[in-house]
Design a protein around this ligand. Sequence first.
Ligand code: AMP
Length: 193
Amino acid sequence: MINLILFGPPGSGKGTQAAKLAQEFNLLHISTGDLFRSELKNETPLGVEARKYMDKGELVPDEVTIGMLSNKLDEYAGKVDGFIFDGFPRTQPQAEALDKLLDLKNTGISLVLALEVPEDEIVTRIIERSKTSERADDKDPEIIRNRFRVYLKETAQVADHYKKSNKVVSLNGVGTIDEIFGALRSEVSKLKK
Ligand code: AMP
């Protein structure tokens, strides 16, 4: 199996690139943000709970997020060549839980691809995205800046967890979609050699 984590701040292009990588390498793209938005749209109890945090740009509590992710893995294990995680893990406990869940399925993380994009570029990109994304958390610059703060405070350190096992490759996330995809694809292709 190839199991990838696409890592980086909100608006760094994780969703766009994860979808392209999933198609190229036949992986299942799991975005916890998309899963929460789908729950929210269907007004499920999980969605109602998640909204309280999402609207403020805060993280949904770990137990809720890990439970949802675990269900998704169980649903697809054995049916796909691997997973690409987008927006997960975002905390140290989530990273540890993911390691355990994959270990139970006799697999693990192959590579963490970290996209580097400066904060001002992030805010510009997300405001632009808000014109079409219909995401409440994309519209207000203060909420966007809070998401970036939460990333620095709670998520950035998750990369250190995987650096211990030399699994992290950092790439410049500023450029055209195709340029960045080319760089990511070449890193993933090395896993197959
Ligand atoms: P995203 O689409 O990845 O930018 O996520 C949108 C929002 O969903 C985040 O600001 C969080 O409120 C919530 N969320 C998504 N993934 C996670 C996660 N792994 N842990 C906690 N909250 C998450």
